[in-house]
Design a protein around this ligand. Sequence first.
Ligand code: SF4
Length: 114
Amino acid sequence: MMDYDQNPFIVIWELTRACQLNCLHCRAEAQYHRDPHELTFQEGKKLIDDIFAMNHPLLVFTGGDPLMRPDLFALAEYAIEKGAGRRAKNTKIIGTSFIKKLSLSGKEQSLKNV
Ligand code: SF4
């Protein structure tokens, strides 16, 4: 039986609290600008290493708006190199160019524009 205290089924990483919207109901308490204490790209890669050193849990990038991080695609590609599958879902600002960029290479994919 899997010990989820040692190997979680899912890891949800709030990449940033930054978001261009300001929804009253926001669970992430989003703000317009990125927090200077966010993980750096190198720290993010180390986190991904640590996550995939466990039993390859489902990794979710969320925020805020993950697209507010210029290194989002680099982090996603790094996670894909580690074995992550790809799914994308967002609100209004996601577009076909984003979908195409994520679907250029790789194995499993389920991309949905909502
Ligand atoms: S992160 Fe989501 S809920 Fe929060 S302000 Fe942005 S769009 Fe709204």
